[in-house]
Write a protein that binds this ligand. Structure first.
Ligand code: SF4
Length: 380
C-alpha cells in the first residue's frame, strides 16, 4: 500500500478500498476514506491541517503516519495553441512528462505510466531513452492532480479526458496503473466517466484480457502498421503478440463490456504516418482488411519529428489519400491535429532532450537504420 519502506504512507495513490483499509487499521471508521479522498482529489488540499471536517486529533495522527506527496514540477509551459506541458522530477531524480491538450470543450490529459519504455518502437522518442522504472500509482495520479488544478482556459474542470498514452506501456505497469484508473473513475476521486478514460497499449495481449476482467475503460491500440512484417520492425512487441492475436484480444475486450452498453463500442486504432514507410494506398487497403475483424475507429497521427529521428512526417496529400480510402469504406477516420509543436508535445520528446540516461541514442540510431534498410528491401 505504501510507497517506500520506512517513509510515511503517501495517500495520493490509494484507491477508496485501500484508504478504507488504512483508516480501519488506524481504528477509525471507513467513511473517513471518502472525506479524505474528496479533500485530496476534488479540493486539492494536501495538508491534513486544512481538512476541516476531520477531528483535530485524527489530523495530528494522520500527519504522523501519512502524507500527500506530489513530485516536483521542474518545467511547465503553455504553447501558443493552449497545449500545456509539465515535466515532473520524482523522488529519485527520474523525470516524466504530461501533456494537456485543449480542443473545444475537451481537455485531454496524456499521462505517463513509466519512466522511459522497454518496448523500443522505432519512431518513438521515449523508446529511444530505454526503460528506467515503473511509476507508482501516486506518481501517475500526481500528473492528473497537478493538471486538474491548472485550469488554463478558465474552465471549471481543467481535465475532461485522460489517455494513458504518455511515456511507457501502461499494461506493463499494470499493478500501479489499475489503482490509478480506479481513482480516476471513483466519484470520490476525479469522477471521470469510463468512456473518458482510455488505456493505450502497443498490444500486450494477455494484459488486455486482464484489463477487461478488472475494469471498464476505453481501449486504444497503437497499431502503426498494416501487416506483421512491417509491425515486427516498427513495434517490436508484435513479434511476441502478432496482429491476429491482437485483433482477437480486442474482440474479447469489446465483447466483455458490450452487453452492458447502449450503442456500439469501438477500439481506437492509433496509426502514426511515416513518409514512405506505412502511408501508401496499399497500406490503407491492408489496414482496412485487418480492421474488418475489429470494430474500430482510426486516428491518423502525423509523425512529430524529434532530434535524430529517422523518419519524416507523411505529406498532407498522402495522409488525406490514406484517410479517404478508410472513409470511403465506411470507417470513422480522423487526423490528429498537430499540437504544441513549440514545446515538443509528442510523447517523450522533452525529457528525451534533457537527458538520455541509458545512452542508447547511438545504438538506437543504428537499429533504426537497419530497420529502414529492411523495409526498403521488402518494398522494392
Ligand atoms: S510508442 Fe509507447 S510502447 Fe512504443 S516505445 Fe514509445 S512509449 Fe513505449
Amino acid at each position: 500500500m505504501g510507497d517506500e519502506a520506512g517513509r510515511k504512507i503517501n495517500l495520493l495513490g490509494l484507491t477508496l478500498s485501500e484508504l478504507e483499509e488504512f483508516f480501519v487499521d488506524l481504528g477509525e471508521a471507513p467513511f473517513r476514506a471518502r472525506q479524505v479522498m474528496k479533500w485530496i482529489h476534488q479540493m486539492g488540499v494536501y495538508d491534513f491541517a486544512g481538512m476541516s471536517n476531520i477531528a483535530k486529533q485524527l489530523r495530528a495522527r494522520l500527519s504522523e503516519v501519512a502524507e500527500i506527496r506530489l513530485p516536483q514540477v521542474v518545467y511547465e509551459h503553455t504553447a501558443a495553441d493552449g497545449t500545456r506541458k509539465w515535466v515532473f522530477e520524482l523522488s529519485d531524480g527520474a523525470r516524466v512528462e504530461t501533456v494537456l491538450i485543449p480542443d473545444g470543450d475537451r481537455r485531454t490529459l496524456c499521462v505517463s505510466s513509466q519512466v522511459g519504455c522497454a518496448l523500443d518502437c522505432k519512431f518513438c522518442s521515449t523508446g529511444k531513452q530505454g526503460f528506467q522504472r515503473d511509476l507508482r500509482a501516486s506518481e501517475i495520479i500526481a500528473q492528473l492532480a497537478v493538471a486538474s488544478r491548472s485550469d488554463p482556459m478558465g474552465a471549471p474542470r481543467a481535465v475532461s479526458n485522460v489517455v494513458m498514452m504518455g511515456m511507457g506501456e501502461p499494461l506493463l505497469n499494470y499493478e500501479q496503473v489499475l489503482p490509478a484508473l480506479r481513482i480516476m473513475l471513483d466519484d470520490w476521486g476525479y469522477g471521470l466517466s469510463k468512456r473518458r478514460v482510455t488505456v493505450s497499449t502497443s498490444g500486450v495481449v494477455p494484459m488486455i484480457d486482464r484489463l477487461g476482467e478488472d475494469i471498464d475503460v476505453a481501449l486504444a491500440v497503437s497499431l502503426h502498421a498494416s501487416n506483421d512484417a512491417l509491425r515486427d520492425e516498427l513495434v517490436p512487441v508484435n513479434r511476441k503478440y502478432p496482429m491476429a492475436e491482437l485483433a482477437a484480444a480486442c474482440r474479447r475486450y469489446l465483447a466483455r463490456h458490450q452487453s452492458l452498453e447502449v450503442g456500439r463500442r469501438r477500439i481506437t486504432i492509433e496509426y502514426v504516418m511515416l513518409a514512405g514507410v506505412n502511408d501508401q494506398p496499399q497500406h490503407a487497403r491492408e489496414l482496412l482488411a485487418y480492421l474488418e475483424q475489429v470494430p474500430s475507429k482510426v486516428n491518423l497521427i502525423p509523425f512529430n519529428p524529434f532530434p535524430h529521428a529517422p523518419y519524416a512526417r507523411s505529406s498532407r496529400t498522402a495522409i488525406l489519400a490514406f484517410q479517404k480510402i478508410l472513409l470511403d469504406a465506411g470507417l470513422t477516420c480522423t487526423i490528429r491535429t498537430t499540437r504544441g509543436d513549440d514545446i515538443d508535445a509528442a510523447c517523450g520528446q522533452l525529457v528525451g532532450q534533457v537527458e538520455d540516461r541509458t545512452r542508447r541514442s547511438e545504438r538506437w540510431a543504428r537499429q533504426v537504420a537497419r530497420t529502414q534498410d529492411i523495409i526498403h528491401r521488402s518494398s522494392s
